[in-house]
Structure formats: structure tokens, C-alpha cells
Design a protein around this ligand. Sequence first.
Ligand SMILES: Nc1ncnc2c1ncn2[C@@H]1O[C@H](COP(=O)(O)OP(=O)(O)OP(=O)(O)O)[C@@H](O)[C@H]1O
Ligand SMILES: [Mg+2]
Length: 469
Amino acid sequence: MLTAVAVSGYRSLRDVVVPLHGLDVVTGANGSGKSSLYRSLRLLAGCGRGDVIGTLAREGGLQSALWAGPATLGGARDRGHAVQGTRRKGPISLQLGFASDDFGYLVDLGLPQQASGVDAGSASAFLRDPEIKREVVWSGPVMRPGSVLVRRRWGVVETRATSGSDDDWDAGWGGSEGEDESEWESDPVEAPGSRTGSRAAYRDPAPSGGPGARSAGGSRRGRPGWTELTRSLRPWESMLTELADPERAPELLRVRRMMRGWRFYDGFRADAGAPARTPQVGTRTPVLADDGRDLAAALQTIREQGDRALDHAVADAFDGAILDSTVEGGRFDVALHQPGMLRPLSGAELSDGTLRYLLLVAALLTPDPPPLMVLNEPETSLHPQLLPPLARLIRAAAERSQVMVVSHSRALVDELGVVDLDDDDDQDDTRVGLGSPARGITLAKDLGETFVQGQGLLTTPAWSWGTRR
Ligand SMILES: Nc1ncnc2c1ncn2[C@@H]1O[C@H](COP(=O)(O)OP(=O)(O)OP(=O)(O)O)[C@@H](O)[C@H]1O
Ligand SMILES: [Mg+2]
């Protein structure tokens, strides 16, 4: 289970760590950053699918996704002054990460340094494409030098050597790992005129590190205690997709598997041409597609599992209606028998709200529950009367999967029985995990920056981004 999501430098999320408990309900005023949080999780999932750069490009590119305010707001906040641009000390960077019960992962994206020197002549239309500067996988809740399992800087990926230096495995900050810490410190990327942050860094990623001796099997012996998996991972590739290998990097494989299992459902289309309204060739469908095109097959799959919850969810919402499906020439369509109707209604005939509710039913009753399901504003176009049955479905799904719901609807939040995080006096039920009570996470904005309401030093999950060097 994910225990925290951390985002830095993405839209209004300048620096946020959101704790997760099992069933988390994210609310907040318009513009407070809910959708940004949702999208940052999708971006993170993009790393597991090898598509993070593409996902970012489709959002308008890194430049537009980067936090548009100053690097720190402390000065403006203390003095009550207007926000002023200051000289940026750190690198331009969009960082995303999560902590879970067993692993943590973070990715650090940045812009390529303007080509200079030998690079200047290499013309490419993709020179402004963001690059993955750094990725880290660690064990346990917080990244510390001693807990890092696999790390990537530029094109170099190293995994902790399994032989020889096991003594260092659990070392904390300092000690024998002190040397490590400085290696990852201070960013050369933004140093004017420096070539180390350019694409050259990918070709020659460790100018000071000296050549490593290549061992048999293609991997080099890197720094003491580390084994090099590659020196030539390309800027747009994630180590999760390129290097996950049961032999050499089983941790990457586990992290990638988990991230690939995450499911996102966001504003199903319900217009006349919506994929869910058109009969589709169907096969057994344990997982509803994110655009809902295989709705009828997904509902039929649930029914054939003998799950009575489907009939209950439909009858519960539509006055005793009965859901069926029709198959014509291999194409599946839904058929909703409603009281008072002489014939069942097909997908094309359902109202927007009815269709969206059925889509949510299919997503939430999946026979193949994912590790994490994220629903963005599921209440969209549902009549308030449908919110109690929807809340029951979400709560039932949260018994089998971790669920995050982004919602605007006070009624849905109430129906979910949300316990507010900032309710300090109400600490009697602090259970976390599957089936635990719904927790509310309220986002708010201050000087353009999103923060989690009621979050203090003690309630902010421990998180460390580390540095690029
Ligand atoms: N690059 C950026 N830097 C800083 N802030 C940004 C950037 N891009 C967008 N924003 C701001 O981030 C805020 C959060 O937007 P977001 O879409 O996440 O809000 P929301 O909580 O989903 O709102 P709504 O309830 O209206 O859907 C908006 O106020 C937007 O102006
Ligand atoms: Mg939104």
C-alpha cells in the first residue's frame, strides 16, 4: 500500500507530501490543486509504463507543468510582500515520488542544458524535451543513503552490490555512507557554461568518476558496494522499464509491476459518440478500459463471476432495475431493464448519469482488484440520489484495493464517512490499510502554492528528495 505521495515543482504543487491511508478522499476549493495531484500520480504511473516524457508532452510540456512561482516563498510570506522572482539556486526540477509499505521510488525530471561546446552543432528538434535526471528506488518509508537499492543519475544506473558490502546495507546517514551522500549532493546542471548538465552528461555521466572496469556479463563494478547496470540509459527512458530484470534488478521489476497495476478513472465520456455507448467486440474483461469502451463486456464478466454485488448496485441505484447484456455478431452492448419500460434500454439510450454510474460500477466491482485505484471527480453528472450507492461501491472497493478519490461533492464525502485529518481530538480510529475508514485530505492554496490543510510538522510524512549529485 502507498503510504505517501510526494510532488515538487509540478504546477501549484511546489512541495507537497500527501499521506495516504487506504481510502483517501481529496477535496478542496476550485484551483486548490486536486487535479494537479491526480495528474502527478498519472505522470508517476507513466514512469512505470515508460511513457512519462510523452505524458508530460501531451500536457503541454515540462515548461508549462513546472511550478511557476519562485523557488521558495518564505521571504514573501514572512514580510507579507508580493512574490518576487529571485535567482534560482537549485536546478529546475519536477520531482515525483511515492513511499509504500515496502518500496519507495522517485523520479526527477529537468530540462536539458542548452547545448554548448561540442554539443552546440548537434541540431535536433527535440532539444527541449525534458529529461529524466535521476531515479531512485529504496526500501522502507524514507530514502536514506543506506536504504537506496537502485539509483540512476543521468545515464548511469547502479544497484547495490549483493556481495561483499552487506555490512553497509542498513547504514544510515554518515558512517561508511558519508561518501555517498556527497556524491549525490550539489547540482552541476545549472552551473553556467557547465557541460555536465547537458546531453554530454548522458554520454559521459561521471566525468570525475574515472573509467570503470567492465566485468563479465556486461555490468561494471562501479563505486564500492555498487554494481553498475548500465552507463547508457537514454534521457527519456526510465530505469523501471529498461532495466527491470528478475536477476539483476528484481526491485525494479517489483516497483514497475506495482505501478503498472495502478488504475485511473477520470471523467468518462458520456456524449452521443462516447465509446461506452457503442456496441464493441467483447472478450472476458476483468479490467474496464479507462475510456469505458468495454463497459458491456466488463459488466458481463463481473456477472459471470457470480458477484451479486452488481445486481445490488444497479437495483440500489435505479429503483429495482435489472442489468443485462446483449451480444450481436460478437458485439456487446448493455441492456438495462427499468420498471415501467416495455423493452430494455441499450447503451446508446441511457442518460449521461446512468451511463457514468454503470461505468463506475464496472470499474469498482472489477474481479481483478488493482493495488491502487484513483477516481477523479466520480460524482460528475450523477444525481445526488446516486451518491449513497456510489459511496457504498467505493467503500467496498476499498476493502480490496487502495483507493484515492478526488471529489468536489460534499455529499459524496459525507456518504463515504470521511474522518478529517485535522481532527486532532478524534484520534480513536487511526487504522490504516484496506478497509480502514475514509480519510479526508483537504487541499488549499497560499500565494499560489498548494498545501494540505491542517498538516503540521508531525503530520507531514517524512520525505527526502536527495539531490542530483
Ligand atoms: N505551472 C504552474 N505553476 C503554478 N501554478 C499553476 C501552474 N499551472 C497551473 N497552476 C495553478 O494550479 C492551480 C491548481 O489547479 P488544479 O486544476 O489542480 O485545481 P483543482 O483543485 O483541480 O480545481 P477545480 O476544482 O477547479 O478542478 C490552479 O489555480 C492553476 O492556476
Ligand atoms: Mg480539477
